[in-house]
Design a protein around this ligand. Structure first.
Ligand code: HEC
Length: 239
């Protein structure tokens, strides 16, 4: 009798233990989103060089204060809205986040060689967007080219092949570059520290800057696609 009772409770205990011990905690605790804070700037002047600083703290990946976060994966989007009253609509539509294709480029090597508006090793995204028409054939051709590597189109420097990025993902990335690269009101910067330039004060209405700092964490290995983006947005009116 006791044996049978023990037998059953033992099994129940084992089942519970298994359930709690190996299955539940990872499920329940899941992945935690990163916390992103733009600590600088707190205010803006027109026509000046503005240093920025971003702090990232992720329960799984670590803390940028202790160099545990890969700084090339931390991004700052700088958007200028000529009409300050558009800011509310912008935020309501949830546009204040790092676009997925841009985030993906930060996880690959693209942003080591390419910047939004300035030439690094490769051409800037505004030069690329101004050179090509946005149509499916063009997007596909460029996507193939980035995957296989390129030399001689812009100069003698070599772009190495990128076989790690899938063609569908690469098409989305190229589409994003062609759609957004030449937008004079939008640029992005890589790293936890850096600087950007504000424009001269426009003659008519002032305009407002929307800064979004963002980081997508690496998620939990055993749960595919558990990555989460953390962001911090500031709306700043220069003076
Ligand atoms: C090691 C530096 C480097 C890396 C990394 C790199 N590129 Fe490039 N990229 C270049 C250079 C250099 C060129 C110009 C090549 C040429 O002249 O043919 C270029 C050209 C391009 C072009 C224009 C191609 C054309 O035919 O006009 C696109 C689009 C592009 N890169 C996107 C990307 C993307 C997306 C990634 C990441 C998946 C990436 N690059 C990674 C250096 C790089």
């Amino acid at each position: 009798m006791y044996f049978i009772l023990f037998f059953y409770t033992g099994f129940a205990y084992l089942a519970l233990f298994n359930f709690h011990g190996t299955f539940l905690p990872e499920r329940l605790s899941g992945n935690n989103p990163p916390k992103v804070v733009i600590t600088k700037p707190v205010k803006l002047n027109w026509n000046s060089i503005v240093p920025f600083s971003i702090r990232v703290n992720d329960p799984e990946d670590g803390n940028s204060e202790y160099d545990e976060i890969s700084t090339k994966e931390v991004l700052l989007m700088v958007n200028f809205l000529p009409n300050p009253s558009d800011a509310k609509k912008y935020l309501d539509q949830g546009l204040d986040k790092i676009p997925e294709p841009l985030m993906q480029m930060s996880k690959s090597t693209c942003l080591i060689c390419h910047a939004s508006k300035s030439i690094l090793i490769g051409p800037s995204f505004d030069l690329i967007a101004n050179r090509y028409q946005r149509n499916p054939g063009q997007v596909d051709a460029l996507a193939q080219k980035v995957i296989t590597g390129s030399q001689g189109t812009w100069g003698e420097l070599i772009m190495p092949p990128h076989p790690d990025v899938k063609i569908e993902e690469m098409r989305k990335i190229i589409g994003w570059i062609l759609d957004n690269g030449a937008n004079p009101n939008q640029s992005f910067y890589v790293g936890t520290e850096g600087a950007f330039q504000t424009r001269e004060k426009p003659k008519e209405q002032g305009g407002v800057y929307i800064l979004t700092g963002g980081y997508t964490d690496h998620g939990i290995k055993i749960v595919p696609n558990s990555n989460m983006q953390g962001k911090h947005t500031l709306v700043l009116t220069p003076f």
